[in-house]
Design a protein around this ligand. Sequence first.
Ligand SMILES: *[C@@H]1O[C@H](CO)[C@@H](O)[C@H](O)[C@H]1NC(C)=O
Ligand SMILES: *[C@@H]1O[C@H](CO)[C@@H](O)[C@H](O)[C@H]1NC(C)=O
Ligand SMILES: *[C@@H]1O[C@H](CO)[C@@H](O)[C@H](O)[C@H]1NC(C)=O
Length: 511
Amino acid sequence: MAVSVICIAAALAVLVPGARGLDRRADFPPGFLFGAGTSSYQIEGAYLEDNKSLNNWDVYTHTQSGRIMDGRNGDVADDHYHRYADDVEIMHNLGVNSYRFSISWARILPRGRLGEVNSAGIAFYNRLIDALLQKGIQPFVTLNHFDLPHELDTRYGGWLGGGIREEFEYYSNVCFKAFGDRVRFWTTFNEPNMNTKLQFMLGVYPPNRCSPPFGDCSGGDSHREPYTAVHNVLLSHAAAVRNYKTNYQAKQGGSIGIVIAMKWYEPLTNSTEDVRAARRAQSFEVEWILDPIFFGDYPREMREILSSNLPNFTSEEKNLLLLNKVDFIGLNHYTTIYAKDCIYSPCELSTYESNALVYATSGNPQIGKPTALGGYYVVPEGMEPAVMYVNHRYKDATIYITENGYSQHGSTNMADLMNDVERVNYLQGYLTYLSSAIRKGANVGGYFVWSLVDNFEWSFGYTIKFGLYHVDFTTQERTARMSAKWYRGFLTGSSQLTDDEAQEPLRRADS
Ligand SMILES: *[C@@H]1O[C@H](CO)[C@@H](O)[C@H](O)[C@H]1NC(C)=O
Ligand SMILES: *[C@@H]1O[C@H](CO)[C@@H](O)[C@H](O)[C@H]1NC(C)=O
Ligand SMILES: *[C@@H]1O[C@H](CO)[C@@H](O)[C@H](O)[C@H]1NC(C)=O
């Protein structure tokens, strides 16, 4: 479908804040990080190159391709391993001052701590980090974004086995030692609260463990294993933080945090039950991870509902947590949803929030416009209470919005994929409410769009698109979407999208 160039140019004039003489970047504090994010398995490809070993996602996508929506995998993905220099150039053009990426554990320690450090893996991230710094882009590095060496998955049952803690501490130490002289921002884990539920409660991420009513897996216990896994994640995290703070921070001068997934929950009705349900859902999402880190134990609501399925911390472990606080909290925030109580009224109890005895619903009328990702609606105003909530509860911490972004269906026609007005509106809306939270006193240090480029979106394969840049996975060509141009305008203060640039996506769409 052809869309007239004039139409697009007019749309850009309306959407680009610079075009209206606004520069909302000025609403954000000096030194604020503005970036975009990716993760290793989702973009690197080169899955067996330079002595990298197979990781859990390599094995899973190869053996159970039927569980990936398009049957595909990350063997090549964005071929970023070979094209990182071009991607850094793209970021430079975009005008970001930071880039969030993750390190592939299987590239650094193909066999875990019982094997050798892979110098080719170290060399790759050295090249990437140096290229970023040369362009004035701060690396914002995640140590674990869902992928771990297959051998460790087998040896320990992934995050279920206590032995994984020593492995993670060892791996993180190798990274601090190799890269910490240049990395100012470390995060230990990405979204352990979501990852472990998808792995061990709903059973839709490897190692696909679950039990009824959550799902029908060949093994697992949905009522227990997610909590065991998070317990090991938290203790792995704390050990890595202790090591960083004791042995590296003073001389390297960086900071360290953790990234969690955070929806905002609105009560479906004003009943006391639903108001409590919304609060409880938040507790099972946010406090599950952050309360142990800040206060040394899981929240009371979780203890009451889960009783003996929730592990206890020994007093030594509590001290490890309490004495090694994070320097900042990363929030991946995309959406808001209604929470309905399931203690006093019957509900289906096999969904993501069921463990909190909450049913999440989009409501009627829907809470916001749907996106390509099921259950994720466009609700920009949810950004503000989410940030204020975390700011209020964990007073000492700086917050980074480590992910926020909009997904399109891959089946969308090319012109609409490129002229992604909905993504521009989404980002603009969420940034507006983020700046409002900052004006109300929230301590926020940065914001990262998910994602820099279209990539392998886990169970969705390549069927949904989050990129500011479109990627043609046949040619690996990256093309700026309207949203990339908008972000560049926002970041550089320059609205100067020439006619040529405005037409570029259309030419590609027509060809
Ligand atoms: C991979 O490992 C082998 C065996 O240790 C070594 O000889 C080779 O140089 C390594 N390759 C790279 C690219 O480092
Ligand atoms: C809940 O109460 C608020 C304020 O009193 C009101 O604006 C809102 O419409 C009510 N929501 C529902 C679902 O009844
Ligand atoms: C945790 O400790 C409490 C008592 O302090 C006990 O009742 C509970 O069973 C323990 N939980 C586990 C998983 O051991």
